[in-house]
Design a protein around this ligand. Sequence first.
Ligand code: URA
Length: 194
Amino acid sequence: MAIEDSSEQLENLASGIRRCIACRLHESRRLAVPGEGPANAEIVLLGEGPGGKEDATGRPFVGPAGRYLDKLLQSQGISRNRLFITNCVKCRPPENRTPRRDELKTCTSTWLERQLELISPRTVVLLGQVAARQMLGDTATVSELHGTVQERDGRRYFVTYHPAAALRFDWIAATLREDFEVLGKLLAQPTDSP
Ligand code: URA
């Protein structure tokens, strides 16, 4: 599909997300956060759900976790402009609680899957346990899978911890830095490498 067509379709999805009332999370949100980045991005970063700053601005990963993520990306020379950044749920859960199973199911089947189909990225980076379980199944654990590539249904997933967890635990910060080194090397490989 031509890039202009997929950009337009991605923007149509974003408009739908901003108006979505498919689950209870819309009741308490200020702004829905569809995600941002080029429609032909080779890499999608997938978080859990918007926090306070994201809810106020409508943009993903712009709060403290986002600033930490930016540093990790910079450490590997990965420009944020190259990536499509989004979340499993597009509306902030009240008090930043973990999104519930039905909210995740509704939002991913209505929006995330369609975004991923359109973008068709080479790699989806799963940030944290919620994103890992959602895309890899209920038995997936970040502590076992972090730093590895997992293939599911023709898609390539790279699993790592959520940057917000690195702000609370030094050992996660160290692990996340190591994982991003692996990710940097993986993304530097030519496109047709396995
Ligand atoms: N945490 C997330 O999972 N996503 C954001 O956009 C911000 C914080």
